[in-house]
Design a protein around this ligand. Sequence first.
Ligand SMILES: Nc1nc2c(c(=O)[nH]1)N[C@H]1C(S)=C(S)[C@@H](COP(=O)(O)OP(=O)(O)OC[C@H]3O[C@@H](n4cnc5c(=O)[nH]c(N)nc54)[C@H](O)[C@@H]3O)O[C@H]1N2
Ligand SMILES: Nc1nc2c(c(=O)[nH]1)N[C@H]1C(S)=C(S)[C@@H](COP(=O)(O)OP(=O)(O)OC[C@H]3O[C@@H](n4cnc5c(=O)[nH]c(N)nc54)[C@H](O)[C@@H]3O)O[C@H]1N2
Ligand SMILES: [Mo]
Length: 684
Amino acid sequence: MDRGPISDAEARVLPSVCPLDCPDRCSLDVVVEGGRVTAIGGSRSNPLTQGFICSKVARFARRLYGPDRVLTPLRRAGAKGSGKFVRISWQDAADEIAARLPALCGEYGGECVLPFYYGGSNGLLTQGLMDAFFFRRLGSSRLARTVCAASTTLAGRAIYGKMPGVAFEDFARAQFILIWGANPRRSNIHLIPYLKEAKRRGARIAVVDPRRILGDELVDIHLSVYPGSDVAVALAMIRHLVHGGLAAVPFLEQHATGWKELFEWAEGFTLERAARCAGIAPGEIGALADAYAGSDPAVVRCGWGLERNRNGLASVAAVLALPAVAGKFGKPGGGFTLSNSGAYRTDDDRLAGTGEPATRTLNMNRLGSLLTGEPDPPVKALFIYNANPAVTIPDTNGVLRGLQREDLFTVVLEQVMTDSARFADIVLPATTFLEHRELNKSYGCYALQLAGPVVPPEGESKSNAEIFQLLGRALGWTEEILGFDDRQLLAHAVGSVGASLETDLTPAVLEARKILHFDFPGRQPVQFGSAFPGTSDRKVHLWPDELGERPYLFLDAPEAPDYPLALISPSSHLTISSTLGECNRQEVRLEMHPADAGQRGISDGDAVRTFNDRGELHCRVRLEPNLKPGVAALPKGFWPRAALNGASGNVLVADSLTPVSGGACFNDARVQVERLAEKGSGGS
Ligand SMILES: Nc1nc2c(c(=O)[nH]1)N[C@H]1C(S)=C(S)[C@@H](COP(=O)(O)OP(=O)(O)OC[C@H]3O[C@@H](n4cnc5c(=O)[nH]c(N)nc54)[C@H](O)[C@@H]3O)O[C@H]1N2
Ligand SMILES: Nc1nc2c(c(=O)[nH]1)N[C@H]1C(S)=C(S)[C@@H](COP(=O)(O)OP(=O)(O)OC[C@H]3O[C@@H](n4cnc5c(=O)[nH]c(N)nc54)[C@H](O)[C@@H]3O)O[C@H]1N2
Ligand SMILES: [Mo]
């Protein structure tokens, strides 16, 4: 597809690919009329998409042309956070940044600059390419990207060396599906047809989750566990299998290390002890273990919900150990699926490629502390792109205090005026995936997909890559890559992908085919058939050094007698993290079990104050009998304007970290809820 304005008056259907932070990586049909997007639907080029997409991306044009879109570079013209800006030219913006950075780096060293980026775009051209080059060349601090998947990635790498997982399509072949801390109906909708098909073929489905996430027509077994208790439950299952003679010892002897240490450690986790931790009956755990061990093929869908607490790393490790202990590998539809990104094996250094010496690495979950004093040298310049930390990072009040610092030079690259962008000194308008070229890998489906722009950029927006090239040139740098167009950048990025695809990976092949599949014999991987552990000895490491001295350590929740409710904040159908939150005008609701609400004299629709010693959130309540009593829920990523007091959900979350992996502990939040005195009706 050609770059540049596409302005036919006639309606045309153009191909694209959704790059948002979701495992499905849908292929899209975009209807363009008169140079504008008028409809977006799912296409069939990626077989997983099956012609349907989520309602969020179907309405992405509301973001593209919405009132919150940033259309030109802006300079701050009021107090930080006030959202007052004046329009400036790209030249002025680049000149100002190019004047500030050398001065700050001269005084404090390059490490005083912090790039802050995460899930906005999963593409290989808009992240980890020109931005990485820019910050390495500058000698800036590096970012530990731990807000999500820190524990799942570390556990998956340590135990299996990022072995590719069971393809979603192959879930249809399983006789038993164990969904653990994942909510496919919200976060991975293209798995649902395969769950239904498996069910039609007689499979049983089990869910381990503090919430009833799927209907009884799909789910046979539900363990309504207390958040953070998963490591105890999975270890008790392992102990039960060992004691019942159901552990696959011959498989373990041949293909695993560390299993004896694991079995010994699991001895401490009787069904009774685990059941007490999880708030369920001991028999439920034993029955789940028996049902799982007795079915073949059996697959575990391990999600990310179970990692978002102090036990996240140990829990993911224990759940991933199950298929090895029970000997579930070697057949289509048997094994596990977590992230499949390991199949791509991209070479980040080659992508960023300047060979600069390593600089310090700062943990993004502690942004508030990083900005309010901790590090030496201090952070004096912050570049935020592909992220919205004022909403998505723990300890919002700390983050906002940091962003308010007058001596912090903040540049935000954004598509829309987010709560983070409001704190910028300079806002730079970024294009969306419909306006730039992107190369998309995936952490779910097994395909590499190229998408070109389908409409010209709105306003003066530019892609991240173009923006960092522009800033590099403004700094007087002269490297060739700073002049690459998007085709040259694509060629550069392609050189860093070491995936084993069905055909040679070249820019020409990509341009012609748009989608390239992985070359596992028979197309989908079979764990221990055509996909093997990427560990040094090709074995499963069940007691790996990378997970610390006690990989399966269970930690009790911190005592919080004044805050008796556990607050979780999983994916909702309204946003992808906070992306598209600007299109969602509804008030946010706190979900509570009717029993918890009743005890507090709270009825459905009442306005409440949810609080702990870190902050408070005002919103209305929705009664939710599907939640475990003692657990309340907020949707992840709602914009503060959806709350009655303009607070983000993360005002209630501490910036504590999971041991070893440094992950965020969103679901360790503990709160109390009380009715707000009625002061008329707030909000819409
Ligand atoms: N619509 C939509 N889709 C998304 C996203 C989105 O925001 N919206 N986000 C994307 C991103 S960034 C990610 S990382 C993935 C994440 O997607 P998922 O893996 O589904 O993760 P979560 O949505 O965090 O939580 C999943 C489930 O875990 C449960 N849970 C919470 N705490 C615990 C616990 O301690 N133990 C157990 N067993 N369960 C627990 C929650 O009740 C929830 O049902 O989804 C991606 N897809
Ligand atoms: N309470 C609570 N908070 C959570 C979680 C939770 O479970 N509970 N989950 C966490 C998880 S799983 C994740 S992954 C994080 C995600 O947190 P973030 O990484 O902050 O992700 P988003 O909120 O989606 O914000 C991404 C931003 O990038 C912008 N963007 C998209 N594409 C581009 C581009 O090409 N260029 C530029 N410049 N900008 C772009 C979007 O407009 C959007 O504002 O949130 C975490 N926050
Ligand atoms: Mo995430």
